[in-house]
Structures are given as C-alpha cells and as structure tokens.
Write a protein that binds this ligand. Sequence first.
Ligand code: AMP
Length: 394
Amino acid sequence: MDKKTIKDIDVSGKKVLVRCDFNVPQDENGNITDTRRIKGAIPTIKYLMEHNAKVILCSHLGRPKGEVKKEFSLAPVQKELSKELGVDVKLAEDIVGESAKNLTSNMKEGEVVLLENVRFDKREEENDREFSKELASLAEIYVNDAFGTAHRAHSSTAGVTEFLPGVSGFLIEKEIKFLGEALNNPERPFVAILGGKKVSDKITVINNLLEKVDTLIIGGGMAYTFFKAMGMNIGSSICEEEKVELAKELIEKAKQKNVQLLLPVDVVVAKEFSEDADFKIVKASEMEEGWQGLDIGPETIKEYEEVLKSAKTIMWNGPLGVFEFDKFAKGTNEIARILSNLDAITVIGGGDSAAAVEKIGLADKMTHISTGGGASLEYLEGKVLPGIDCLENK
Ligand code: AMP
C-alpha cells in the first residue's frame, strides 16, 4: 500500500513535527565530520517552509541512554541547518518541556524549531505512550523522514501517530519507491548480491530473496559457511559452524525455486587477518589449511560481471571481502565499478556497501543508496517497518 507523503496533504499554516535522521558523525570537539544526513533532510524541510508550514524538527544523536548529556546535544546540527536553510533555526533546550513549548507555541509560517535530542528522555526508546502524546501535542501533523530508524518503534518514529496524522517526507518516499519496487515488482532478471561475514544476520534476507530473485550472488565471509556446507575445505576462513546445516537447506531451496546461486570460483587467501599478510589467489576448491579467504578472486569477478551485465535490477548488500584492508578491497571495489557502468536499476543497501561505494566516489552512479543499514536489511527480510507502517495510506 502506498503511503501518503507531504505532497498529499495541506500543510499550510500547520505545525508539522518532522522526525529527521540527524545522527551525524562528530570529531572529539563536536564538529560534524559528515553533513550528508543534514543535507539529505533539506528538501523535505524546504518544501514545508515554502508551503507555509511551521516546522518542528526532532532527531536522535548517538546513544545518550535517556540522560541529558551535553556531548549529544543537537546544537552543532542547529548551526549547520541554519547555514543550509539560510534562516535562523531555533534550538529548544528540551524535547517536550517549557523551552520546547515556548518556542513552538507562537511560531510563524516558514519558521523552524529544532527540539533537543529525543533520546535525552528514556521514554523515547520505550515508545512510552505519555511521551508520544506530549511530543504530538506540539504539532498538528507528523512527518517521518528518518529511514535509518524506521525499523524501530519509538515515540518519535511511530508512537506519535496514535495522536497525529502521519505522512512520509521525501527521503522515506524514495526509500519505499526504490527498495519496495526492486523487491516487489522488479524488472527482470533480478540479481541480488549479498556479502558481509555473518550468515546468521542475513539468513532471513537470503530466505526472502530466494522467493524473489533470479540469481543470488554470495560473496564475503558468508561464502565460506556455504562452502563448508558443500563439503569443501575452507582452511582457516571465517565460518559459522552452527549455520552449516542451514546453508545446506538454503542451497536446496535455491534449487527448488530455480534460483541461480553463485558462489566464488576463486578467492584471495591470506596467512592471517591483517593488512600486510602474505596472500595468493587460489581456486575455491583448492583452499589449504592455514590460509583464510579474505576476498573474491579475479575469475569470480569476471563471472559475476557476466551475470550482472544482463540484469535489469540489482540489489547489493554487504562487502565481498575485507574491504577495510586495501589489499582485500578489490572484489568489493570492482563490483561497485561494474554496477556503476550498468544501465540497470542499482539499489545499494546501507552500511558497508554504501560506505564502499561512497569511498570510491561512485555513489552518484547508482540508482539508489539506502540511508539505513539496519532498516534496509529488515526491509529486505520482508519485515514490516513500524516507522513506515504507522503512516497513512494513500
Ligand atoms: P556484516 O556486518 O555481516 O555485513 O559484515 C561486514 C564485515 O564483513 C566487513 O567488516 C568485512 O571486513 C567483513 N568481511 C567480508 N568478507 C570477509 C571475509 N572473507 N573474512 C572475514 N571478514 C569478512
């Protein structure tokens, strides 16, 4: 079901509470080191300002664990927002207290107030009904534009909609469009690439994707649990022993569903898990004791490229090797490069794969890069995200 967006309602003259994701990285002096999340929120905020809404922003930042801690204040975000919007954004000293009430009670149209870190109150993460009500009482309409926390049912991400009509902002609208369409109505062939190290984290994703994709490519540390399930020697590669049986079942399921399941044919193995370890390329079927696989090999990259070239929709989540070490980043970087040259719809899950694509400067060559790691993974698992589910249907 399509969700209403800010374009589907009349916001003129109304107080609009917008849940943003201003959880920005900071250095030890509190300076924001990456402003992309703030920049990402601007289109929704500007739209509301231009349509004469009274804009009340809220967000969490870090993990203050329900206590007021100065180092988690949104003050640096306020400065950045004022700069980006070209207006004086006012920062409340609290979330639902006197300061917030004062600043939001006599707002002018187009004015912007930022509430303090919602996680300064422990009731936020408890999705406490009273806190939701207090927060909701500041406004007349709720807008969720924080995809990164949409998989959490907190007061500011879901609870408030018991008391206010809720719609999505442009960021969440985009996430639903690209993740949702790729997953539920993909142009085929539909290929998913899964990497990362933990099968346990991605079992439900694999299970769900096997119902939807034409080809599933598995790389990264996860591949070795599958190799083990196939009876291969994996040397000292990472493996989740207790998931080997499950890997067997997933291989079986892929066969039943007629899904092509691709695993690496060659791997880069190293003597130890370190940046300057000795390494060599071997066939996946010829791994030896004392060596561990840390990246996919060149033959594998070629094979994957062939499959990807004919795909119409590609979804990628998780690095294909230990991309934090330059020596073992080639597989991940090459896959990013291949995707960036394709005509297909390319959707990148948040977290490591998004970081990898950004690091090598290919972000704007992808159709969509999700802004939420955990949330996009839960979306791929087929789970209902409370922060989206609570919004009004069209
Ligand atoms: P995950 O949190 O499960 O998405 O895994 C991401 C992590 O997997 C990254 O930090 C990678 O360095 C790591 N990774 C990828 N491939 C391997 C591998 N072959 N062996 C060990 N770790 C890996």
